[in-house]
Design a protein around this ligand. Structure first.
Ligand code: GLC
Length: 482
């Protein structure tokens, strides 16, 4: 061995770990400060002046009672897949049957041409209908709830104006336009026998689907590719709808679009890595809160830390190794972090294998320690910040106890997300320590029912009911409800 080759051995990485801990840790006082501002921003979004959180009325104007019936199609255009379902809400209280198919949403369609996207969706729907209904020429038009999970104004069928793309989509010619006629034209061009009865956000679907089986459910959340929530407001507390003279007690589900919280960066402590994420995203300055929590970004935050510690610091992790694979933006998704956090071995051997197989990088012991800690810090920050949003809605509505229905890959698959979020809520809301570890928390975040399937069907059914009762608010094509 040549003299001096020991310079390649990384120095103690403790200092770096401590630096990351300072950057990413959000203590109780900060959580409370964020929540306080969040409550004010929710309120501001409901006024005419508005704020950075859009607070979109969805025209879902009641909770389900469990006795809704009928057969509906549901289409979910999420971040990665298209899902088509047929849901039958049965006579049995809170019960349903479902058949479904998934179609891949090709990556290139997310940044391609709008017509291609709509036609691809129309083709998937046609395929589904042909498979399950046979000859389409004799079919009456089937009612469809379309879960379009992007910020669209007043998310209902006459006002499905897309405010802006989120979650990495960037298709020209759609922002600022109503997506409903675009979608309907593609259906007509392809002769798909469908009538659109509701345009839905995934969070609203989650809220309604969860409330169908559990009346304590008051908030619907998604912690997945994106991050957002919906809850039921009273029309009397929505100053921006005052001109409609709706009865003040009437409920109105609000799609918060809380991913936009603190776009103006007043309270959220941004790290240098968050600043790069924002700057390099298709919409800089937007979705500040979402960019710290959502699955789309967690792996990228981690990747940026690793590259930084290789390039810019005295430590030079992965010294003298080719890190070209690690340099590829968005090449690590949140499942990569999940795998690191789940590594059960003291010596982090699974993490070492992961780095080797996925990135061609050999990580030594201290580097593995740093890798694990970085993943924990990113995952913990995301979960604790998410608690600020849940606490803010609960405080605004005066809910001291309730259930929150949550869905999405981060909520369902990211290790410890639920427990860390629950701990955040406990600190924000000053709950005493539990005596019985099995006891329920006053506000419990639980796995939701299927929002974009069952929720979409329920919303289509609820809309049908209210239109039949003469409430035509937000309805563009009354003929679709005959
Ligand atoms: C993004 C979208 C929002 C959606 C959320 C979860 O924040 O803007 O509409 O609810 O992702 O999918």
């Amino acid at each position: 061995m040549e003299a001096g080759s020991f310079v390649d051995v990384p120095k103690d990485l403790l200092g770096e770990i401590e630096r990351l801990e300072k950057l990413f840790t959000i203590d109780t006082a900060k959580l409370k400060q964020i929540t306080e501002r969040f409550v004010g921003e929710l309120e501001k979004g409901l006024t005419n002046e508005g704020g950075s959180i859009p607070m979109n009325p969805t025209w879902v104007m009641s909770y389900p009672n469990g006795y809704e019936t009928g057969t509906f199609l549901a289409l979910d255009m999420g971040g990665t897949n298209l899902r088509v379902c047929q849901i039958t809400l049965t006579e049995q209280k809170s019960e349903f049957d479902i058949i479904q198919s998934k179609y891949r949403l090709p990556e290139e369609l997310k940044t391609g041409d709008a017509d291609e996207l709509w036609e691809y969706i129309a083709d998937c729907l046609m395929q589904f209908i042909e498979t399950h209904h046979g000859d389409t020429s004799k079919l009456d038009k089937l009612p469809l709830g379309f879960t379009f999970s992007y910020p669209a104004t007043q998310n209902y069928i006459d006002e499905g104006i897309l405010q802006r793309w989120t979650k990495g989509f960037d298709i020209p010619g759609v922002e600022g336009h109503n997506v409903v006629p675009m979608f309907e034209e593609a259906l007509a061009r392809r002769g798909v026998p469908i009538k659109l009865t509701a345009l839905i956000n995934d969070t609203t679907g989650t809220l309604i689907a969860s409330a169908y089986t559990d009346t304590k459910m008051k908030i619907g959340c998604i912690f997945g590719t994106g991050c957002n929530a919906a809850y039921m407001e009273d029309c009397g507390s929505i100053p921006k709808l005052a001109h409609l003279n709706l009865p003040p007690e009437t409920p109105m589900a609000i799609n918060c679009e809380w991913g936009a919280f603190d776009n103006e960066h007043v309270v959220l402590p941004q790290t240098p890595y968050d600043i790069i994420i924002d700057k390099d995203s298709p919409r800089p300055g937007q979705q500040a809160f979402e960019k710290m929590i959502a699955g789309l970004y967690l792996g990228e935050i981690f990747r940026l830390i690793m590259v930084d510690l290789h390039d810019n610091h005295e430590t030079h992790i992965f010294a003298n190794q080719d890190i070209s694979k690690l340099r590829k933006a968005y090449s690590l998704d949140s499942s990569f972090l999940s795998a690191i956090e789940e590594d059960p071995f003291e010596n982090l051997s699974e993490t070492a294998e992961l780095f080797q197989s996925k990135l061609d990088i050999r990580a030594n012991g201290p580097e593995l320690e740093l890798i694990r800690r970085a993943a924990e810090l990113i995952g913990t920050r995301a979960a604790r910040l998410s608690a600020c949003g849940v606490a803010a809605i609960s405080i605004k509505k005066g809910y001291e106890t309730c259930h929150v229905g949550a869905d999405g890959s981060v909520f369902n698959k990211y290790p410890h997300f639920k427990a860390r979020g629950a701990q955040g809520l406990r600190e924000i809301l000053d709950w005493p320590e539990k005596e019985d570890p099995k006891a329920d928390d006053p506000i419990e975040v639980l796995a939701a029912e299927d929002g974009s399937g069952v929720g979409a069907a329920l919303i289509a059914a609820l809309t049908l009911q209210r239109v039949q009762a003469g409430n035509m608010h937000g309805i563009l094509h009354p003929e679709n409800f005959k």
